[in-house]
Structures are given as C-alpha cells and as structure tokens.
Design a protein around this ligand. Sequence first.
Ligand code: ZN
Length: 117
Amino acid sequence: MHEYSVVQQLIEKLLDEIKKRGAARVKEVRLRRGSTFAEGPIQQAFEIMSENTPLQDAQLIIEELAIEHRCRNCGFKQTLTPDDLIGHLYICPECGDSQEIDEAHGLQLLDVVFSET
Ligand SMILES: [Zn+2]
C-alpha cells in the first residue's frame, strides 16, 4: 500500500508545522490526490497514524486531480485510476506495453487550518 508511506510523510510534515507554530491542534487538512491514489486508504491511513497526535480530530478533505497518461508505445490516452496500476507499473490495455508511472504529484497538501485551543 503506497498510500501509507505517502500519508506518513505528510503527517510528519504537519506535526513539524504544528510544533513550529505552537498550535494546539489542527481543525482541517485539505489535500489533492492524484487519481492513481485511492481515497479510502488515504483516509484510513490518516486516521490510524494521526491517533494521539494534534491531528487526531482534524477533518480530512480530499480533492481529486485527474492524471492523464498517454501510452509511449501506441499513444492510447486515459485517466489513471488505482486499478490501472500494479505498484508503479502501468500496463497499456491497448498494446500491453508496461511503463513506469512517476507519482511525484501523488498527494499534495493544499491547506491546513490550525487551532490555538
Ligand atoms: Zn499502448
């Protein structure tokens, strides 16, 4: 589950930010996920990993960003979903060619609402 490691990095970054600001907790976290990331596992991972931290009761709002992929071999174009990938590997349904997908834009932090109380 690659969602877990990505969410873990995100949580570490947020906890760092909370410390820097001296905020008591976080009310809301707004994210944008690439369409190659399933929303369920992100929510789940966040819930588990934020337990007993200032992020515990934060509301997680997730927007979707459609990731378009064009096959390097045959030019077939589609919006990627988690079902189209095996790990980082994409198998083109048209020609069967397999390609590595760069998931650098997987999860993006848009906004965080801190609370002082
Ligand atoms: Zn193809």
